[in-house]
Design a protein around this ligand. Structure first.
Ligand SMILES: [Zn+2]
Length: 236
């Protein structure tokens, strides 16, 4: 038996009274667990079913080779309750949870990534409009996949003053206006700045930067056959 804290990323009902829950933990990474009888009324081992985005303290029996372990006891210790007032922040939170599910390694602990996810959920619960963008930046950076955003990947020219920048998936970063044929798409200066974590009060630039970072994450994830979706308010 092991004891851990974990954020529920995905919860699926199983049979009449059970759930399969995937949690992100600081010490064991991604953990898939079966919660038998979690929906049974007055079950003393659980305070009700698991819910995505909430943090739990739990006791579980691990299974070897990636199989579903068994959670025997769980208690909710943190719930982003205020988030339900804002649909856009809920959508942001689901991107954070999906990103965590896509990038966390099974059975491999990463306390820093766990903290990043928990802190992003707290910030979204506090109504932060920048939290998703800052999370995507930090998450990609931590995974070693944040593209270089301060200089052209082709010629090394600093991009601060460069006008028409573009993004090249193949080159893996920003290309300046001197290589228009290399760019898969143009990246307006305001979006590039927002992607660097600057000028975040501009909502349109922030939205553009979130799209850009999700597109880039999906480019990275394509090799792993996993996909992130835009929050609903950025779907056009
Ligand atoms: Zn260049």
């Amino acid at each position: 038996m092991r004891r851990t804290v974990g954020v529920a990323l995905r919860c699926v009902n199983f049979g009449n009274t059970s759930q399969v829950v995937h949690l992100l933990t600081p010490g064991r990474g991604l953990l898939g667990l079966l919660a038998k009888g979690v929906w049974r009324p007055r079950n003393p081992m659980f305070g009700g079913g698991f819910d995505a985005g909430r943090t739990y303290e739990l006791v579980y029996i691990p299974r070897p080779r990636g199989g579903l372990g068994l959670v025997t006891e769980a208690q909710e210790i943190e719930c982003p309750r205020r988030i339900t007032r804002d649909r856009a922040r809920i959508a942001d939170a689901f991107v954070v949870l999906a990103f965590a599910a896509c990038f966390a390694a099974p059975e491999q602990g990463d306390a820093e990534f766990f903290e990043l996810v928990v802190n992003a959920l707290r910030a979204l619960d506090g109504g932060s409009e920048e939290a998703l963008l800052l999370f995507l930046r930090a998450g990609l950076d931590g995974a070693g996949f944040l593209p270089r955003l301060d200089a052209c990947v082709k010629c090394g020219v600093p991009l601060r003053e460069a006008a028409r920048c573009g993004f090249s998936h193949e080159a893996g970063g920003i290309v300046c206006g001197r290589h228009p044929a290399e760019a898969d798409r143009l990246l307006p200066g305001a979006i590039l700045r927002a992607a660097r974590g600057e000028g975040l009060s501009d909502a349109a630039a922030r939205g553009g930067a979130v799209r850009f970072l999700i597109d880039w994450a999906n480019h990275v994830l394509a090799f792993r056959r996993r996909v992130l979706e835009y929050p609903f308010y950025l779907v056009s």
